[in-house]
Design a binder for this molecule. Sequence first.
Ligand SMILES: N[C@@H](CCC(=O)N[C@@H](CS)C(=O)NCC(=O)O)C(=O)O
Length: 204
Amino acid sequence: MKLYDWTPAPNPRRVRIFLAEKEMEVELVQVDVLGGEHKSEAFLAKNPSGKVPVLELDDGTHVAESVAICRTLEAMRPEPSLFGTTPFELGRIEMANRQLELEMATPIGIAWVNGPIVGRTGRFQQIPEAKAQAEGATRKFYRRLDRELGERPYMAGEQFSVADITGLCMIDFASELVALEPDRELSNLWAWHERVSARPSTKA
Ligand SMILES: N[C@@H](CCC(=O)N[C@@H](CS)C(=O)NCC(=O)O)C(=O)O
């Protein structure tokens, strides 16, 4: 199998961490995103959305979308489970992961496309009000996470899951490239960040 990857980006990192947790090895193929390779006809044939990551199976078929790729990998190698096994775990992990994607990663993405790095490329019309609103929504979500992580060690409960991978990759991206590092006083969120970052998989 191959993973079409772009090392600096948060979504491919989610899949690399997932693979490392599963102790699965695939060939990593770097896509020249800055050069627009992901919008080429050849790449759109793999993922019509023109985004990384994309998993290529040994028969040449493709699966895009980080969570869809992770679900494919979980089905191939169920242990250790990162999507849960009991009905309750499955539901809670899905809930945590979806809320992180929709309510945290989405505003981080809006702040990113309306921020200075993307602005310099001239590819998107900048909307300062959208950036300010998205920053506020992200910071509000960080405060919510801080409260919840005072009551449980991981995003979805007692066990490390795909939701922690989503949370870590998005918060690191927001901190490093979107000027949206969580405030230092959010001590439960930072304790979780330290706990999760200590896993060897997160270096993938
Ligand atoms: N929903 C997709 C998002 C994928 C995505 O936004 N990938 C980014 C890199 S993190 C990308 O390819 N950006 C290039 C572009 O959109 O032009 C997923 O979860 O995999």
